[in-house]
Design a protein around this ligand. Structure first.
Ligand code: PEP
Ligand code: MG
Length: 601
């Protein structure tokens, strides 16, 4: 058990306060090496079953991969996958792993890692170049087996009491699999406010922090008690009674503050000089549509369809997708629902179907690239389902990760061909779909004028726009200090994009995390965006911010912020406006630490 009242400043990634005991999830250290951990003898059978399951999944994945690539690759290259398949079923290797689990009582992860390393080293030391290479294959297969051992089930909480999950990493699909009725929140090592794990945490209303040092994660046990403060990014280990009580009080006061904001939900989100901003919500499931009403939002600004498919072993076929989209659109009534086509890639690689081994996944075959250049089959199925469901509501379709005008032209051709197919089959479908692109790459922002001629709307994905402009991996807590949406470079790109939208007479929204940050909203309003789309929980607060602003002043502030030399200055300018125009709100936000930690940038 760690010493009491250890107080650490880490990263706030999902707001709220949680107090409770630890549920440790140990897999790998940040170096990728599993932690050497012993298990109770009673757990041996469980570990063996996990190993068996991982072997099965790995075999299936490799077989599926082989089928997929066999048309494209030379026979020799497909042979590599055959060799990997043989390794997966290698009896000698397997016996060694099982022996370590049974006799040394190590976890399946560590037993697998230790065995694979032993064999890999033997091969690596051989003289023969061909045999030397086998070390790489062994490590490759063992990595895949290890990843498959980290199945979502592993982080499910089977204890009776409510706990705080502590882990080195949680993948988006593992997070989506958490039971938010049983889990109080989580503290992880790797991650940042805009990684998809954090996005899911916010939509599940789970307080969370990231950037917790590995030594702490690896030492915390089920006996330890934690406080996680997802507003200010503090982690307190084994708090004394006074600290715990003060945090419980703060948690209650934060709830009271948000409850009070919710009473305004019927009020229009307009500035004091009468300019209305559309407030929309970001959702990742059908159930979340009900939040439209709860939040008092005007529509769905972003439906992340890839989240709908997490947990499935295969992407649903056209009929199942059609049913889901139809239900969503019907439930939303007249409200617009902006559905984003699958954005697989980046940190969303953990779905069995899309596991890929790119060296730089965020710069790889992600989003529209994957759809157009590798999985046209999935793309067409999704478009067919969407176009058919579109007749049941107010659908808008948007495309992620666009970086060139040619991609949009290609997308339009695919839509036309899918429409032709549907017409030939005499089906009902949307003849004139409203389509838009996400502005998430600097290239798209710089080409917005041309893109604007081809589409009906823009949605600025600031999470990625910041990532690609600042050249930082959005999930890497070590460069999170550079993640600055208020950076003048970002404001200039947004401004270009808004100007192009206005010129082309199309509307422009922001659906990245920036839209739900109270201190950044004055800048977005001043830059001239029409819609802000955010986690449903943020709508009441952002409505209050907008109602405190004047468009005229916001425009002046945004212009001044763009001229600033750095993010700290532009943020200061924005906060100064908020403080001047909405002093009560500013004070309440500071008290709840919604903004103070960021002010120190
Ligand atoms: C974004 O990049 O801002 C965005 C909304 O998309 P995602 O977070 O899903 O990448
Ligand atoms: Mg994005």
């Amino acid at each position: 058990m760690l010493s009491s009242n250890l107080n650490l400043q880490v990263l706030a990634i999902s707001p709220g306060i949680a107090v409770g005991r630890v549920q440790p999830v140990r897999r790998k250290s940040s170096s990728g090496v599993p932690v050497l951990q012993e298990i109770a003898p009673a757990m041996v059978e469980n570990e063996l079953a996990r190993l068996e399951q991982s072997i099965r999944t790995t075999r299936n994945q490799l077989q599926a991969l082989k089928e997929r690539v066999s048309e494209k690759l030379k026979t020799d290259d497909v042979g590599i996958l055959d060799a990997h398949l043989l390794l997966v079923d290698d009896l000698a290797l397997r016996r060694e792993v099982e022996q370590r689990i049974r006799e040394k009582h190590w976890t399946a992860e560590y037993s697998l890692y230790d065995t694979a390393e032993h064999f890999a080293r033997v091969f690596a030391n051989m003289q023969d170049e061909y045999l030397k290479e086998r070390a790489v294959d062994i490590r490759d297969v063992s990595d895949r087996l290890l990843r498959n051992l980290s199945a979502p089930e592993e982080v499910k909480d089977d204890r009776d009491d409510h706990r705080i999950i502590v882990a080195n990493t949680l993948t988006p699909s593992e997070t989506a699999g958490l039971d938010s009725n049983k889990i109080l929140g989580f503290a992880i090592e790797t991650g940042s406010a805009t990684c998809h794990t954090a996005i899911l945490a916010r939509s599940m209303r789970l307080p969370a922090v990231a950037g917790v040092p590995a030594e702490i994660i690896n030492t915390l046990s089920a006996e330890d008690k934690l406080i996680i403060d997802g507003f200010s990014g503090r982690l307190i280990i084994n708090p004394d009674a006074r600290t715990e009580e003060s945090y419980r009080l703060r948690a209650r006061s934060a709830v009271a503050f948000y409850n009070q904001l919710e009473q305004d939900k019927k009020l229009r989100p307009e500035t004091t000089d009468g300019f209305e901003i559309e407030l929309a919500i970001n959702v990742g499931s059908v159930e979340q549509i009900s939040e439209l009403k709860t939040a008092g939002a005007s529509g769905v600004g972003l439906l992340r369809t890839e989240f709908l498919f997490f947990g499935e072993n295969s992407v649903p076929d056209e009929e199942s997708q059609f049913e889901v989209y139809r239900k969503l659109l019907t439930l939303a009534g007249d409200a617009p629902v902006t559905v984003r086509t699958m954005d697989i890639g980046g940190d969303k690689l953990d779905n069995n179907i899309f596991r890929s081994s790119e060296a730089n996944p965020f710069l790889g075959l992600r989003g529209i690239r994957l759809c157009l250049y590798e999985r046209m089959d999935l793309f067409k199925t999704q478009l067919r389902a969407l176009l058919r469901a579109g007749v049941f509501g107010n659908l808008r379709i948007m495309f992620p990760m666009v970086s060139s005008v040619l991609e949009v032209l290609e997308v339009k051709k695919v839509i036309a061909s899918v429409q032709q197919e549907l017409a030939d089959e005499k089906r009902e479908f949307l003849r004139k779909p409203v389509i838009g692109v996400m502005i998430e790459t600097p290239a798209a922002a710089l080409m917005a004028d041309e893109l604007g001629k081809l589409v009906d709307f823009f949605s600025i994905g600031t999470n990625d726009l910041v990532q690609y402009t600042m050249a930082i991996d959005r999930g890497n807590e070590r460069v999170a200090y550079l993640y600055k949406p208020a950076h003048p470079a970002i404001l200039k790109l947004i401004s270009l994009c808004v100007a192009a939208a206005h010129k082309n007479n199309i509307y422009v929204g922001v659906c990245g995390q920036m839209a739900s940050e109270p201190e950044l909203v004055p800048l977005l309003v001043g830059l001239g965006v029409h819609e802000l789309s955010m986690d449903p929980g943020a709508v009441p607060l952002i409505r209050r911010v907008i109602r405190g602003l004047s468009l005229f002043e916001a425009q002046r502030t945004a212009a001044e912020a763009m001229m600033c030399p750095n993010a700290a200055e532009s943020l200061r300018v924005s906060l100064a406006l908020l403080k001047r125009l909405a002093p009560d709100l500013f004070e309440a936000l500071q008290k709840n630490e919604n903004i103070t930690s960021k002010e120190k940038i």
